[in-house]
Design a protein around this ligand. Structure first.
Ligand SMILES: [Zn+2]
Length: 694
């Protein structure tokens, strides 16, 4: 039953196989009264990452963390049982924006595939109706490279990136920054607009700023929620001010957080309610004040918002208008995340109160009697289990293939910094282990990658080493071990950890790139280059191998070849400030000053807190004889990072040339006082000796 467009009609396949009525939905949908007819003209969608429903006031939480969301809930419709399709950020947002379940848009994992170019989204539909459209996202996992930017006039994903060893904060940005950008854009709108605003705060690690830290003392997760809620309040107020009475707002989470339920700490590994149940609040023009108990799914958000602005929904959606006529009550969920470890992925189908989880050891729960999913009924209600399994099989029969892989090593690194793993889906034959039976390994692995992200590299490496001993053929364990060892300053061991790549992951470009970085750090440049060329041969569309190969070539004295690689990297990933800086350095080395300056400026715009591009522009200014400008640029670079010694050495050069040897001496002495590495120290001392003086 695979149609050309992979359309899964939400009700029909089950109407044949499933014989019971959707009780919950039929009763609950009548509670909201008639739908007002006032059509909205403007749409605001706010997604708060990792927001578990029962930590929101409107859903019973007593933490006081969500006054703004609660205010929205008080005047709008609260969907008490809202469910994510996937407990992972990118695939969940793909479903929210497209109205399709993951089998029908093909995005199952963060960083592993891209949203298909032929599937309409809320943005493409509203753009087609003349709306001004903009998105403001807070985390690298939603970068434009993953395909969700289509249909947006502006896709603001300016999230500063760093190279290997990125810290968590460098791969996301605070909701203050996101909200400010959104407010600014909204204020400029004269006609109909659609804004999607994404906040990342509640995602681990939980480290709320003041005053929310104190306000939610001892509950850092709630402190993060309170931070995001305040940002939500700002953006809602800005949009209301711009479009009084004609705005519809949807606020939801992309998934919940397990917080220890079922042995899971965060999200992505299981498909229990803790990570699927999210708040969903709809408010504004055409939305009654009501509460609805029936399941509302992520895929219903798009058609529901379209209906509020009287825009027809595209054909073939899995979701429907939540304020429209009664629909079927089934809800799909999945996670393929365990497959990245070589374990079994999970798929779940919920019909009414019954929820079936397809796993090597399947599970069936009656959520009405057992909302905590503690009593597996698969043995006692075999017929129900079989019926729901058939429903899942019907859905799988309409699955579309992932459009393209985005096996990007840089993506892998950023994802790792965020505590995710982006490893190849292991294609082992034979039965796969049930995630329930891998929980101990998973907990150890999760602890280790979080320790690594916190900078505890040696401890992480130790834990990962024992995991590798436990499962020697698990490439994800080995890659994480190599990354931790490299960060711990043990690059030779990192390279050694990936020595068996030829056997365990011969065709995984991400692994070959990771090996190249380790070999480079270990000083084995030729072998590093061979490994990187292998990565590029496996997938030439990945930017980071080009960027790294460029730097190997530059150090090997081949600036022209290096420039070619850096240029490829910037074309493939135009948001990558590091690649732009490298490209600029190569252009400068080739004597192309004007192009170099332009590339530095691009890098500087992408990473305003990175002193590197300013330092590069300063060197160009010295070369062109504009010494005052050079001094100003080096001082800017040093204001950003006082320990950026290269800029201080260059500052000394500029000061000498413009006849200020005293200022040069002061700069060099400052370098020495900061106790830099031996090479820098030697340079500064030699320079000082040359200057002579008092
Ligand atoms: Zn998320």
């Amino acid at each position: 039953m695979r149609s050309r467009h992979g359309i899964w009609k939400p009700v029909r396949p089950f109407a044949v196989a499933v014989s019971f009525a959707p009780l919950v939905m039929a009763v609950a949908c009548s509670s909201g009264g008639p739908t007002p007819t006032t059509a909205a003209r403007h749409v605001l969608l706010i997604t708060i990452d990792t927001l578990r429903a029962d930590h929101v006031g409107a859903y019973g939480a007593r933490t006081g963390a969500t006054p703004h969301l609660d205010a929205l809930a008080a005047r709008g419709t609260v969907f008490e049982e809202a469910l994510a399709s996937v407990p992972l950020t990118l695939p969940s947002h793909a479903s929210i924006l497209s109205g399709r379940e993951p089998p029908h848009h093909g995005v199952h994992l963060n960083g592993r595939s891209i949203f298909p170019a032929d599937a309409p989204t809320l943005a493409t539909v509203l753009k087609g109706r003349g709306y001004a459209t903009a998105a403001f996202v807070a985390a690298y996992v939603l970068d434009r490279r993953f395909g969700l930017a289509r249909g947006f006039d502006l896709y603001d994903d300016r999230i500063e990136r760093r190279g290997a060893g990125a810290s968590v904060l460098e791969s996301e940005r605070s909701c203050d920054v996101v909200a400010a950008a959104a407010e600014q854009w909204i204020a400029l709108q004269a006609g109909s607009f659609f804004a999607w605003v994404h906040f990342y705060e509640p995602h681990a690690p939980y480290d709320p700023p003041s005053p929310y830290r104190e306000q939610q003392g001892g509950r850092p997760y709630d402190g993060e929620i309170a931070t995001a809620d305040a940002c939500l309040g700002r953006v809602v107020a800005a949009a209301e001010a711009r479009a009084p009475g004609r705005l519809v707002v949807a606020a939801t989470g992309d998934h919940g957080e397990a917080l220890g339920d079922h042995g899971e700490l965060t999200h992505g590994f299981f498909v229990y309610q803790s990570t699927l149940r999210v708040p969903l609040v709809l408010a504004g023009a055409g939305v009654p004040a009501s509460r609805r108990a029936a399941p509302a799914r992520a895929v219903d958000v798009m058609p529901t918002l379209l209906a509020r602005v009287a825009a027809p929904a595209p054909a073939g959606l899995d979701g429907g208008d939540l304020l429209g006529p009664t629909r079927g009550a089934e809800a799909y969920a999945e996670t393929q995340y365990p497959e990245t470890m070589g374990w079994a992925g999970l798929r779940a189908l919920r019909v009414g109160a019954l929820k079936y989880i397809d796993a090597p050891r399947p599970e069936l729960y009656d959520l009405g009697a057992d909302p905590g999913e503690t009593r597996n009924l698969v043995g006692t209600r075999a017929a129900d289990a079989e019926r729901l399994k058939r429903g899942l099989d019907a859905l799988r029969a309409t699955e579309r293939a992932a459009v393209a892989t985005a096996d990007d090593p840089e993506i892998a690194e950023k994802l790792r910094a965020l505590g995710y793993l982006s490893a190849p889906v292991v294609t082992t034959s034979g039965p796969r282990r049930d995630p329930k039976d891998s929980l101990e390994s998973w907990r150890l692995f999760e602890d280790a990658i979080w320790a690594d992200a916190r900078g505890e590299h040696a401890a992480a490496a130790k834990a990962l080493h024992s995991l590798v001993e436990r499962e020697p053929a698990n490439p994800a364990f080995r890659q994480a071990l190599a990354a931790a060892l490299r960060s711990a300053g043990r690059p030779a061991e990192a390279a050694e950890a990936l020595r068996t790549l030829e056997t365990i992951a011969p065709s995984d470009p991400v692994a070959w790139h990771e090996r190249a970085i380790a070999l480079d750090a270990a000083g084995q440049l030729d072998e590093a280059m061979r490994s990187e060329r292998r990565a590029i041969a496996l997938d030439p569309s990945l930017p980071e191998p080009h960027n790294h190969l460029g730097s190997l070539l530059a150090r090997g004295g081949e600036p022209a070849a290096a420039l070619a690689e850096f240029s490829r990297a910037t074309v493939l990933d135009p948001n990558n400030a590091g690649a732009w800086t490298n490209r600029a350095n190569a252009l400068r080395a080739m004597g192309q000053a004007r192009e170099a300056a332009e590339a530095y400026r691009t890098a500087s715009g992408l990473a305003p807190r990175d002193p590197g591009p300013r330092n590069g522009l300063g060197v160009l200014s010295i070369e062109s004889g504009d010494l005052d400008r050079a001094v100003a640029l080096f001082e800017e670079a040093l204001a950003i990072d006082p320990r950026y010694h290269e800029a201080r050495l260059n500052l000394a050069v500029a000061e000498v040339r413009r006849g200020h040897p005293g200022a040069a001496r002061a700069a060099l002495e400052a370098v020495l006082r900061a106790q830099p590495d031996r090479e820098t120290s030697a340079k500064a001392s030699a320079f000082l000796r040359d200057l002579g003086g008092p």
